[in-house]
Design a protein. Structure first.
Lengths: 457, 457
């Protein structure tokens, strides 16, 4: 039978560091009995159960059944409520060997620990009021952050910046609602000045929610990175441009394991943003009629690109192939390549001149990339805070629903609907906002959210 | 200019956990100024520099230049000499994101830390007398251990079991040497009983060294795993056997990243041993004349196998192909497959009957594997200790050299050579033994040894 996140009496254990050979690996434990249960597994100068919170001890991790020493470890003890989960917690810092971690976990299971579910530590932090749902999601995000913008935003959300923005909107909503409900109870107190205040309050809510909703696209780019697709006819110089960009900027490891594809791609970081740069090899052979499947897929990639770059060889006239590609597509970033060659025609307006041979024009191209992506890495804390937006489709969906309710309330006000209709719509808005930070949430929804987290988190 | 391990005044920093997305990642610092240098990077309730050794604190890792918060962290402080390296040391437990680790390391570099060389933390532990060379090598081994036998042996060596065995032999040698040198200084005291004592002492040394040297092969299997190669004609049932074994035993992750090969292989754990099981796909097509390169490589693999298994289809007569393979090879484990089939001939003597269809005979085959590998996982601490042998070619080479010197000394004694010849040979033996644990060792040798360790270790 599958365990439930709601089984918060269970003492849980999981590896907390990435698998693989390394100097150290950390195994994390939490639960009401965590310290007592793992105490027999530690042999040091002092008993583990006697260690105060926020202290470390060096010793051996042993199998209490046989007395066998499994590894030399450093143990960290955290006592409730001063821990990540809010419960008694223990971390064993072991040698980073798969065999060690496996044995440690198996001994802990014999002691009564159960393997933690993904995100179960964060779930307990949430349940024990150490983090709201937006912050718990930010913890998981932070572990997956593979570029600077993602790290910055996740940390800002973890610090509660988004939560407090949402709380302010919700408080505003609940205050207005309280006023309306008072008027429902005591209709004789009603006055025209109240309606004006409600409208002003709703308009303020609307504008805050619109800001969050519209900022989501940029927020997504900052978190997930941007897809930059290089397209063009054969020999336009796509591969040379690809190589220059990859060489100049810091290469980053792909957030997903690679798979065989019909194109060449690399992840790089530019101004803090992760860029997935794709050289659509498939398009190269488009006019040859071969690799039809590859061409189809590459064109598909061009459609979903955050930035679509189209290169031409500036020594040649624009051809029908170029026109066919450019005509139906808005917002293509057009690059006039080979400006180093005397045979190159002058760069037409709206095109960016470039030499993928000498590198001339590359800096301008990068500036255009960054201006398309957004403001990039802010230089002050205040700007960073202003930029903190929504993370993930769940948050976006709920903000849009709240916005929808607020707009319904505004039009009810316009149409002079009854106060109880208005109250209903505002209660809905408050409820959607409460769901984002987890104030109001069903158990099933919670389990689904935390189930998508990584293990040991 | 490359840094040197001998630059022990430098404050060093390195990631200590495996790269990749995870709940936690640890960044490790050590050096005489480590605590002071990183103190401005920590913002918590108490200043980092005020924390006592073996204590933890929760807070933010910040960039002191801009005040920007990089991550929420837990910091561990260790004060000299009570740390792994013996120096002041700090560990930041961050969120397991590549972007976080990168920024933390880059901020630390601005503070004056230098990136640690591979094994540099262990080198400092060695220099500061926290571990001898055999123990330092065991720490590195333990991080790489991917099976139970490897973990057990490495931990025993880390606990000093091998070091004390070697120290006992060396002390014995130095005691005998002291006696001989006294006789060189005062020849008048010589008596025939002294020669007997020296011979007895040398014989005891010889037998201890032979035990270590001969145990090395088993020790290597326990550490590195055993190569088990399945060979046979097409349709002998190699792939079915391969699949049964891989399915029944615990799969383990390869200690080296995989590369494209001409055969199918999988790592599994059997009785604590890591087995690299290879189905020589190449041999299958041997008689077809195709895949000649694959066949050549597969045959090469068969030559270096720790256990070579040869399967035949028991329903068919042994063919010339079988005889050609078996005749020149001693110690092949011969398996008579398909005993489930009524058409199968009786299992001949020296063959193991098996059905890779029903699984009959698999348990017997596994027992034979284990008996070939050695005693496997000992059930008591005493047996575990008795089994601790040499780790690595360096240790083996030096033990063999010491053994060689002891044998020369024995034959000098036999040939009634002068005492100073005997003394020279025994000094040599003592010196080789001292080199193993690092008592006597040049800087270059040390740098080479620690340079092979993993980073953050």
């Amino acid at each position: 039978m599958a365990r439930s996140y709601l089984d918060i009496k269970a003492d849980i254990a999981a590896p907390a560091t990435a698998p693989g050979r390394a100097a150290l690996a950390v195994v994390r434990l939490s639960g009401p009995g965590a310290i007592a249960l793992c105490s027999p597994c530690f042999s040091g100068r002092r008993a583990l159960s006697a260690l105060p919170g926020y202290s470390l001890a060096q010793g051996f991790f042993v199998d209490p059944a046989s007395g066998e020493r499994i590894d030399q470890v450093v143990v960290s003890v955290f006592r409730t409520p001063h821990s990540f989960t809010g419960e008694d917690s223990v971390e064993f810092s072991c040698h980073g060997s798969p065999a060690v971690v496996l044995r440690v976990l198996s001994v802990l299971e014999s002691q009564g620990f159960v393997p933690a579910l993904p995100g179960e530590f964060s779930f307990r932090a949430f349940v024990n009021g150490k983090a709201d749902l937006v912050q718990a999601e930010a913890i998981n995000e932070l572990s997956g952050a593979f570029c600077e913008t993602a790290r910055q935003d996740a940390l800002a959300r973890l610090s509660g910046l988004l939560s407090s923005r949402l709380a302010a909107i919700r408080t505003n909503c609940l205050d207005l609602l309280a006023g309306i409900e008072a008027r429902l109870d005591y209709p004789e107190d009603e006055g025209p000045e109240d309606e004006g205040a409600v409208r002003a309050g709703l308009l303020e809510m609307e504008s805050s929610l619109v800001e969050l909703s519209e900022g989501y696209a940029g927020s997504r780019l900052r978190r997930e990175g941007a897809l930059v697709v290089l397209a063009g006819r054969p020999n336009a110089g796509k591969s040379s441009l690809f190589n220059i960009l990859v060489r100049e900027e810091r290469a980053i490891v792909s957030p997903e394991p690679g798979t065989t594809r019909d194109w060449i791609e690399a992840w790089m970081e530019l101004g803090g943003y992760a860029l997935r740069l794709v050289d659509t090899a498939g398009l190269r052979a488009a006019d040859g009629g071969i690799e039809a499947e590859g061409v189809r897929r590459s064109l598909g990639l061009a459609e979903i690109a955050d930035i679509l770059v189209y290169l031409v060889d500036g020594r040649q006239k624009l051809s029908a192939v170029d026109d066919d590609f450019l005509a139906p597509r808005a917002g293509v970033l057009k690059v006039w390549n080979k400006i180093d060659d005397p045979a190159c025609s002058p760069v037409p307006p709206e095109w960016i001149g470039l030499s993928s041979k000498t590198g001339a024009g590359i800096q301008s191209l990068k500036k255009v990339f960054l201006s398309r992506l957004g403001s990039g890495l802010p230089d002050t804390a205040a700007r960073r805070e202003a930029q903190v937006g929504l993370a993930g489709e769940r948050q976006k969906l709920l903000v849009d629903r709240a916005l929808d309710s607020v707009r319904k309330a505004l039009s009810s006000l316009e149409l002079a609907a009854t106060l109880d209709v208005l109250a209903l719509e505002m209660r809905e808005a408050a409820s959607f906002l409460g769901e984002i930070t987890g104030e109001i949430l069903g158990d099933e929804v919670l389990e689904r959210i935390f189930g998508s987290f990584c293990l040991g988190k």
